[in-house]
Design a protein around this ligand. Structure first.
Ligand code: SF4
Ligand code: SF4
Length: 97
């Protein structure tokens, strides 16, 4: 018998230590996001860190970031994402490796 586990339940198993004073990913220019026709980061991030806001630009909250790098790749044309790993001791701990 196989057990089906939803992605949300798997993500819930992860643990994060948020570096409040130094977000490891930043959007360089909100204005650039406003002119971005795809706003692909809002649909490609597996942790839903990016969301469209009422101003027509994009809001980023890195608290649940999986450090997968997808957003950095997806925004390569515009180079509008400044991406680093969190400082030592911060970020995600994967329960299942
Ligand atoms: S893909 Fe890049 S430029 Fe486009 S909305 Fe996302 S962060 Fe902004
Ligand atoms: S690194 Fe991955 S999980 Fe983190 S914000 Fe970018 S796409 Fe989302």
């Amino acid at each position: 018998m196989s057990i089906v586990v939803k992605i949300e339940e798997k993500l819930y198993q992860n643990r994060y230590i948020v570096d409040e004073s130094r977000p490891h990913i930043r959007i360089r220019s909100e204005a650039e996001c406003k002119t971005c026709t795809s706003q692909a980061c809002t649909v490609c991030c597996p942790a839903a860190c990016y969301s469209k806001n009422e101003a027509g630009t994009v809001t980023l909250v890195t608290d649940g970031c999986l450090e997968c790098g997808t957003c950095r790749v997806i925004c390569q044309d515009k180079e509008n994402i400044q991406w680093d790993y969190p400082r030592g001791g911060y970020g995600i701990s994967y329960k299942f490796g």
